[in-house]
Design a protein around this ligand. Structure first.
Ligand code: FAD
Length: 288
């Protein structure tokens, strides 16, 4: 399929990209890795007049560490995140998650900013971003604002980003000693997208769980935090019965999706099973 005609722009800076966005408004789309947008254009699910390619903006491709946080530019590829010494050393969960996305071709083109903006309900990053309580920096002509991961994913393919905003950076805190973090998924066999993916971050203090964050993707119209699971863990010893009881609450309040790969009942089962496995592994890692 050939997309409808559009004008291609290749700005060299965020400022230039914002000017183009302002000028062309609803008729314009940003291009990152193109792995979701290009097929949509070719299938004519989207039609645009202007394509603004962020690929030449070097400042959006960086991984920096500052003040206990790791700042990842929006155009950083999944491969760069998966193989970064900084991310692997300070926030291994994110590198682990990136390494499980698609295949090597997909990881070499797809970007963290593109994945989060697209908000595919089966994308992997959203689970990790939620469990890590990441900050998403959005830049517009009005300036920068920081969006919390919790609340960023609004609905299927919908985020809290507003018109005219570009994701410029994603920030995660370094994982401290005594905290274990893990991402586990059931991949769709052809694409690798998550049929279910669970990220868990667990902190132990004096043999009890003092903090827990669980992000779930693939299971519903949007990625979500399993807050009932998190609450059920606080102040408890991380034994088998506690983890099982907490994991059983992982689907509370969410309607599970069903499709040809997994019925909603099976997805609910997978969420509970994978939440328990992810919690057990996070506890193991927290103990060092
Ligand atoms: P694009 O396709 O370029 O853009 C997607 C959307 O985001 C567009 O609407 C665009 O305008 C907008 N956008 C892009 N960048 C920004 C920005 N900085 N600010 C605001 N808006 C922006 N993902 C997984 O998580 N797991 C998988 O297993 C997986 N498997 C895949 C297998 C295949 C065969 C393919 C084609 C894709 C797969 N993906 C998977 C998705 C892929 O990894 C990308 O994350 C995804 O396509 C979007 O990222 P992108 O950089 O390609 O964005």
């Amino acid at each position: 399929m050939i997309p409808a005609r559009f004008e291609y722009h290749s700005p060299a800076s965020v400022e230039e990209a914002l000017k183009l966005l302002g000028l062309h408004g609803d008729g314009a789309k940003l291009l990152a890795g193109g792995h979701s947008l290009i097929p949509e254009l070719k299938l004519r699910l989207q039609s645009i007049d202007h394509l603004i390619d962020l690929g030449r903006i070097a400042s959006l491709r960086s991984i920096k560490e500052a003040g206990g946080k790791i700042a990842i530019g929006a155009m950083t590829t999944h491969h760069a995140v998966a193989t970064s010494d900084v991310v692997r050393g300070k926030c291994a969960l994110l590198a682990e998650c990136a390494s499980m996305i698609g295949d090597i071709q997909v990881r070499n083109r797809g970007t963290i900013g593109g994945s989060l903006s697209h908000a595919d309900p089966a994308a992997d990053y959203p689970a990790a971003i939620l469990a890590l309580e990441a900050e998403i920096e959005a830049t517009s002509a009005k300036g920068k604002r920081t969006l919390a991961a919790d609340g960023f994913f609004v609905d299927m393919l919908q985020t809290a980003l507003q018109a005219g905003e570009i994701i410029t950076e994603v920030r995660v805190a370094a994982i401290p000693k005594g905290t274990g973090a893990v991402y586990q998924k059931v991949p769709q066999p052809a694409s690798g997208f998550a049929i279910v993916g669970v990220a868990a971050v667990v902190t132990l203090d004096g043999g009890k769980i003092s903090r827990a964050r669980v992000g779930v993707t693939g299971a519903a119209v949007k990625a979500f935090r399993a807050k009932a699971t998190e609450a059920a863990l606080i102040g408890k010893a991380p034994d088998e019965a506690t983890l099982a009881k907490a994991a059983a609450a992982a689907t509370n309040g969410m309607e599970m999706s069903g499709d040809i790969f997994a019925s909603s009942e099976y997805r609910a089962h997978l969420v509970r099973v994978y939440t328990k496995r992810a919690l057990a592994e996070a506890v193991k890692r927290a103990k060092g």
